[in-house]
Design a protein around this ligand. Structure first.
Ligand code: Z5A
Length: 228
């Protein structure tokens, strides 16, 4: 089904999040999906976490510099929560209310995977923070890109060149393996929202898988397709 054959849903926008470990291709795939949706004349907002709004970008600088790690996992979780609160309130929710589709590079699942599973921050604290920051807002679809960690880290290193790894890129191999497992569990625990996508192929092939997931989950059934 091509974009031109789709009768796009109207009303509130749809919220699509991309998740996965280092170098799995989230930014690459968001750009490809955004281009495809824009070609279909959809109103699209591409954003990211941590960051996305001016206040949250300040928090991004703080956490990726390693400052949050010095404060400990619980405090670092609060920094991500503060950034998310600003991002949801000032950017994501208003856009969805206006009918814009929001594509977000990382969201609340990143806190569950990085701070929860890997940082051992208790689920009770993460749940409490989530209630405050996002309330009832839940992604309509979460694409989880899955890739052997060695390949993801190679891709991230190649992109970085001679630059310094950030606070999370600098973690050891075992951390990244644990991260992959955490994301696979998130996908298995919430199959109605999450789709685990094999990201170990060329970018266009992965983009095809992402499109299929979006079409199957968020677009109208074939009965409402407009023929062209
Ligand atoms: N974090 C957290 O701990 N808690 C939270 O609640 C939140 C975040 C929200 C943000 O980093 C960090 O914050 C993140 C988790 C933590 N950890 N780290 N690091 P970031 O925003 O700076 O970066 P990232 O989100 O981790 O992105 P990434 O993993 O570095 O990259 P990516 O977006 O997944 O991949 P990419 O930029 O699209 O591609 C990477 C390279 O691979 C690039 O050169 C591409 O051209 C290449 N690429 C992409 N796809 C392919 C394919 N299919 N084949 C070959 N090469 C490819």
């Amino acid at each position: 089904m091509s974009e031109s054959a789709v009768k796009w849903p109207s009303g509130r926008g749809r919220f699509v999040t991309f998740e996965g470990g280092e170098g799995t291709g989230k930014s690459t795939q968001i750009k490809k999906l955004a281009d495809r949706l824009k070609a279909a004349r959809m109103r699209i907002l591409v954003t990211r976490e941590p960051g996305g709004s001016p206040g949250a970008e300040i928090m991004r600088h703080l956490v990726l510099s390693g400052m949050g790690k010095l404060l400990g996992p619980e405090a670092e979780t609060l920094l991500f929560a503060a950034a998310r609160d600003d991002h949801v309130r000032t950017l994501i929710q208003p856009a969805l209310n206006q009918g814009t589709w929001v594509l977000c590079d990382r969201f609340a699942d990143s806190t569950r995977a990085y701070q929860g599973s890997l940082g051992r921050v208790p689920a009770a604290l993460i749940n409490a923070m989530q209630r405050v920051t996002i309330g009832d807002l839940k992604p309509d679809l979460t694409i989880i890109l899955d890739l052997p960690v060695e390949i993801g880290l190679q891709r991230a290193a190649a992109r970085r060149g001679s630059g310094t790894p950030d606070r999370f890129e600098a973690e050891k191999l075992g951390f990244h393996q644990g991260l992959r497992e955490a994301y696979r569990k998130i996908a298995a625990d919430d199959p109605a929202r999450c789709v685990l996508i094999d990201a170990n192929s060329d970018p266009d092939t992965v983009a095809g898988r992402v499109w299929t997931a979006l079409r199957d989950r968020l677009l109208p059934t074939p009965a409402s397709v407009v023929s062209v």
